[in-house]
Design a protein. Structure first.
Length: 89
């Protein structure tokens, strides 16, 4: 699942709480802070929809979020760890 998160809290106390919260969830395998409409993008891996629902309920019980939007990948078209560092001019 990809989970887009918005918050109305933009202070250090909330940021610290958020960072501690996401560390406690093994289902969250990646967290990115974003520019734009959403504040964070989480990559979440669960066994099925029921386990995702349980994860979601635990997450929103731990940290105040103003909006959470989730979507799942139907197909991974490309994945690479190679960086395009050849010609950087």
């Amino acid at each position: 699942m990809f989970v887009m998160v918005k918050t109305d809290k933009h202070n250090q106390a909330w940021l610290n709480a958020f960072q501690e919260t996401v560390k406690d969830f093994p289902e969250i395998v990646e967290v990115n802070r974003l520019a734009g409409e959403y504040d964070y993008l989480l990559k979440v891996i669960t066994r099925n929809n029921q386990s995702y629902d349980a994860f979601y309920k635990r997450l929103i019980a731990r940290i105040e979020l103003s909006n959470v939007t989730s979507c799942f990948s139907m197909e991974q078209v490309k994945k690479t760890n190679e960086l395009p560092l050849g010609d950087l001019s």
